[in-house]
Design a protein around this ligand. Structure first.
Ligand code: ZN
Length: 109
């Protein structure tokens, strides 16, 4: 990456990314219709993939794949992800972006 965003701007993007990942993971946001005017296409794709990968259920109840805690309601899981796994979600999205970038030469970071 050729440049780094100023810290406050990066924090702002991180907050948006974490919020969407948690919403998709908990089912509060529909992954099919998720779109964002402020995030780049490859970031949106990475958010979707990360959100889906965090949507784990056991006996129909939401389970947190990061720490194994369960069961959660949709809202409870959403809050849990933001409170307990904020940085992990950001890191997961970062890894997903790297994976997408190596899969497609057209993706610019
Ligand atoms: Zn957890």
């Amino acid at each position: 990456m050729g440049h780094t965003l100023p810290r406050s701007r990066k924090t702002w993007f991180d907050a948006i990314i974490a919020d969407h990942v948690a919403r998709i993971a908990s089912g509060l946001e529909d992954v099919e219709t998720f779109d964002s005017r402020v995030l780049a296409k490859h970031v949106i794709e990475a958010v979707k993939r990360t959100g889906i990968s965090l949507r784990k259920t056991k006996d129909g109840l939401l389970v947190c794949p990061y720490c194994g805690r369960a069961p959660f309601t949709k809202k409870g899981y959403y809050l849990h992800l933001l409170r307990s796994h904020y940085q992990e979600m950001i890191d997961s999205v970062g890894h997903e972006i790297e994976r997408l970038a190596s899969a497609s030469k057209d993706v610019e970071l």
